[in-house]
Write a protein that binds this ligand. Sequence first.
Ligand code: SAH
Length: 459
Amino acid sequence: MQHFPIFVNLRGERVALSGGGEAALAKLRLLLKTEAEIHVYAEAPHADLEALAESGKLTLHRRAARAGDFAQTRLAYGANEDHAEDTRIKALAEAEGALVNIVDDLHNSQFITPAIVDRDPVTVAIGTEGAAPVLARAIKRDLEERLPASLGLLTRIGKAFRAAADALPMGKTRRDFWADYYFNEGPKALAKGEDNAREALDALLARHLAQAPEPGEVAFVGAGPGDPELLTLAARRALDEAETIIHDGLVSPAILELARREALMIDVSKRGFGRSTPQEAINALIVDHALKGEKVVRLKGGDPAIYGRLDEELEALAPHGIATRILPGITAASAAAAAIGQSLTKRGRNTELRFLTGHDTQGFTEQDWHALARPGSVAAIYMAKKGARFLQGRLMMHGASPATDVTVVENASRPDTRVLHTTLAALPETTEGLSGPAVLLYGLAPRDAAAQLQLKAAQ
Ligand code: SAH
């Protein structure tokens, strides 16, 4: 981001503009919306400029700008449509400490004016760093249509009521009140007139004050394998509305970025709390926040119902009567299968698909090795990095072919995805150098690899 958007307070501040033609008038149309003290320098001002000066909206100096004109000036505009004159203005204004904008000259400007959607006090500024004015205009048009003209008035009425609304407890209760005003009651009442909207606020406040604070709720949300595009719409909404987000280390930073800015983020990953946050401590944390009446999101990598210790957390909440819901996510196996272009089930190959874990809290896990060793069986194996040698030993002991395909997919769906195609015989060596989360697709080879092998055989 080369240009950082900010809103500058121009109330009573001096703004100087050099130029008396169309470009100057175009800039003034925007500047006149502010409460700045505007000075215009033009040897031959446009008639409209004379009119603006007469009505007292600005001070017109019927001469070229000179040294001293930009002292104590916040913003200076060069709108002469004349390169030499604008260059002179830039030097003058810069020397006197003003921030300079030369109309239609990005290179010589210290700041640029965005496209503006004005529903004062709601102002939307759109910038493209000068790269795509057409795009900026299209976005502006779109927003102009979408934001009702009454939004400004609605907001001004709301603003005047802020002190009264402070009677509501801070946090969710107060936010709910404002959401009710802006999205339900306010627009309805305003349609019947301005006074109506003010009265509606009084009634609305009384109603919200009477309501006891709602009990909290916990949403168990699947964050998917890492790519934010793979979040469900429901997960997006939950992240938008959450007051507290308790997340695992597996959840990618790109997804955490999407959370509500004010949300309290609690990391319960292995990295966050020394060695590891004990499950009991996580349970207690969720219960504590929910009992305070907060909207809690328990954010888990992949799908919360797959190796996510979901039941333990649900059971911890149950005695407290806290409402819960589960929003499923895309599990790592699905993302890994997508990365290698394969289906997890296939007619004639496997009618059954297994999800296994390499280890659990007790150590390496025993499985139905006999069934897994049969040709054509497919399994997605989670948390198998450490247990690769154990897996290999057990499977071969039960008759699995050493040549059985295994594909290791590390960081599935993330920019640093790695696909390592190997065989059961070479599996332990393959998993040795992995640092990110990895899922093993037992019985599957990448579709590309198969094509490449055939190609080699044909040559
Ligand atoms: N609930 C998660 C699994 C949690 S167990 C899910 O549904 O995906 C943690 C294991 O998931 C990791 O050890 C790894 O095997 C796997 N995993 C999670 N995210 C992954 C990713 N982006 N790529 C590959 N494996 C991943």
